[in-house]
Design a protein around this ligand. Structure first.
Ligand SMILES: Cc1ncc(COP(=O)(O)O)c(C=O)c1O
Length: 456
C-alpha cells in the first residue's frame, strides 16, 4: 500500500478522522489517489472503500445522535467581551467583564506576581509533580489565614478544612456538591437562597448538583441600596437550617454590602434559625482596599459560631484570572468533624479534577509572602519616621527589596536588641523582613528606636 493510503488507513482505523469535515476530505482523497496501476478491485482499494463506507455511516449517526441537544445561548459576559474584541472603533470601552485593566486598557500583572514568577522560574526544585488532592499545603494554609485572619481561633483549633479549587467558581461548585451530598436537608428538597440579584453563575452551579435556587430580596432600586428589611424577613421566614448564599464583600452585581450593624443582625438571625452560611468571597480587598477589612463579615460570622463555608477566589485580587486559583474553606464545629469533612472533600475532588493545578497556587503563595514583606517595610518606615522620629535616615528600609534589610545599626545596638529586647538578629544589623508581622512590628520598631537612642 502506498504511504499516503497508509496514512489514511491509520487515521481512520485509529478513529481520529471521524467527523463531518474529514469525511468529504477522505472522499476526495479516495477519488484522487485511486491507485492507477491497480484496478479498483485491488485488495488495498477495496479495504479503503470499506473503511470509508463505515465512516460515512458513523458520521450520519453522530449528526443524528445530538439532534435533541438545543443550542444554548452564549454566556452574556463573554459574549460582550467577544463583541468588544471584534469592534474596531478606536474609542471602544469594555465595562462588561470584571477584570482589571491599566490606563491603556491592557491586562495588568501585579509587580508582586511578576516577582513570584521570576522566583518560580529560578527555582529548579519547583517541579511539575502532582500536588496533593487537597492542594499545595503552603497555599491552603496561607489562603485560610488571609480570609479567616492570622489569629483565627477556628484555624488554631483545627476546625477549618481547606481545599485548593479551580478559582472561585470551582470553590462554589465543590461547596455546592459537598452540601448536595452531605448537608442535613430537611425533607427531600435541596434548596439554596440566593440574593436577588446575584452573580449569574450561582443558580447554574447549584442546579448542576441538584440544588434548586430560591431568592431573597437584596437590592432596593428605590434607595439604590440594601433591602435590609426584605433580607431579614426572608431569613426569618425560611425554614430552620436553610442554606443562604451570602456575598462576603463587594456584592456582585450591585456593589451594595450590609453595614457592620446589619451584619450583626443577620448573624443573630442565622444563629437563631440554624441557617447555613454559604459565603462567596471573590473580591477580598476590592471593597475597601484592605484585605482584613473586607474579611470582616466572614471573620465575624465564624467567631459567632454560624455554621458556614467560604469560597475564595484569587482571580481578581491577585490578577490571576486565567490561573484558576482559589480555595474552599469549610468551618466545622470541631477538629474531628473537620477531618471527616476533609476526607469526603478529597473523595469529591479526586473524582472531579484529581489534583488542583500547581502554578497559580505557587504564584499566589509566593506573592502573599512578597506582599507582606512590602507591607512590613512600609509600616516599619512609617512608625520610625512619622511616629517615633527615630534619629537617622531610614529611607533604605523602603528602598531595599527582598527578604532581608540592613538596618544600619551598630553591632552594639544589635546586641542590645537581642540581650535586652529578645529580638534576634545578626550582629551586622541585618533583619529578615519575613519575621515581622502586624502583631510584632510595633514592638520591634519601639525597641529599635530605643536601641538607637541608647535607652534600651
Ligand atoms: C460573586 C462571584 N463569585 C465567584 C466568582 C468566580 O470567579 P473565578 O472563578 O474567576 O474565581 C465571581 C467572578 O466573577 C463572582 O463575581
Amino acid at each position: 500500500m502506498g504511504t499516503v493510503q497508509l496514512v489514511v488507513f491509520e487515521r481512520f482505523s485509529s478513529g481520529k478522522a471521524f467527523g463531518d469535515n474529514v469525511v468529504p476530505w477522505a472522499r476526495n482523497f479516495v477519488t484522487k489517489f485511486q491507485p492507477q496501476p491497480h484496478t479498483s478491485q485491488s485488495p488495498d482499494f477495496t479495504r479503503l472503500k470499506q473503511v470509508f463506507s463505515q465512516l460515512s455511516a458513523s458520521s450520519k449517526m453522530s449528526s443524528e445522535l445530538w439532534q435533541n441537544v438545543p443550542l444554548a445561548p452564549p454566556d452574556s459576559i463573554f459574549k460582550l467581551t467577544a463583541a468588544y474584541k471584534a469592534d474596531t472603533f478606536d474609542k471602544k470601552v469594555n465595562l462588561g467583564v470584571g477584570a482589571y485593566r491599566d490606563d491603556n486598557d491592557k491586562p495588568w500583572i501585579l509587580p508582586v506576581v511578576r516577582k513570584a514568577e521570576e522566583i518560580i522560574l529560578n527555582t529548579p526544585a519547583l517541579d511539575h509533580e502532582y500536588l496533593p488532592i487537597t492542594g499545595l499545603p503552603e497555599f491552603t494554609i496561607a489562603a485560610a489565614k488571609l480570609i479567616l485572619g492570622p489569629d483565627s481561633s477556628a484555624i488554631a483549633e483545627g476546625r477549618v478544612t481547606t481545599v485548593q479549587t479551580i478559582s472561585g467558581t470551582g470553590a462554589n461548585h465543590l461547596g455546592a456538591l459537598f452540601l448536595s451530598r452531605f448537608y442535613q436537608w430537611s425533607g427531600d428538597k435541596k434548596e439554596v437562597y440566593l440574593s436577588d440579584p446575584t452573580w449569574a453563575n450561582h443558580p447554574a452551579i447549584f442546579n448542576n448538583v441538584g440544588i434548586a435556587s430560591l431568592y431573597y430580596p437584596y437590592y432596593d432600586p428605590k434607595t439604590i441600596g440594601l433591602n435590609f428589611d426584605g433580607f431579614v424577613s426572608s431569613l426569618k421566614s425560611a425554614p430552620s437550617g436553610s442554606v443562604f448564599l451570602i456575598h462576603a464583600c463587594a456584592h456582585n452585581p450591585t456593589g451594595v454590602d450590609p453595614t457592620r450593624d446589619q451584619w450583626d443582625a443577620i448573624a443573630k438571625i442565622m444563629l437563631d434559625k440554624g441557617h447555613y452560611g454559604f459565603f462567596d468571597c471573590a473580591y477580598q480587598g476590592f471593597a475597601s482596599g484592605d484585605l482584613d477589612n473586607d474579611a470582616w463579615a466572614v471573620r465575624f460570622f465564624v467567631d459567632k459560631g454560624v455554621n458556614m463555608l467560604i469560597c475564595q477566589s484569587f482571580a481578581k485580587n491577585a490578577g490571576l484570572y486565567g490561573e484558576r486559583v482559589g480555595a474552599l474553606h469549610v468551618v466545622s464545629p470541631n477538629k474531628e468533624a473537620a477531618e471527616r469533612v476533609k476526607s469526603q472533600l478529597s473523595v469529591l475532588q479526586r473524582s472531579e479534577i484529581s489534583n488542583p493545578p500547581s502554578y497559580g497556587a505557587r504564584i499566589r503563595d509566593i506573592s502573599t509572602m512578597a506582599g507582606r514583606i512590602i507591607d512590613m517595610r512600609k509600616e516599619l518606615f512609617k512608625i520610625l519616621t512619622e511616629e517615633l522620629h527615630t534619629p537617622g535616615n531610614w529611607d533604605h528600609i523602603v528602598n531595599q527589596i527582598g527578604m532581608f534589610s540592613f538596618t544600619g545599626i551598630t553591632p552594639e545596638q544589635s546586641k542590645a536588641l537581642t540581650e535586652k529586647a529578645h529580638i534576634y538578629l545578626t550582629v551586622n544589623g541585618r533583619i529578615s523582613m519575613t519575621g515581622l508581622n502586624r502583631n510584632n512590628i510595633r514592638y520591634f520598631a519601639t525597641s529599635l528606636d530605643a536601641a538607637v537612642r541608647g535607652t534600651l
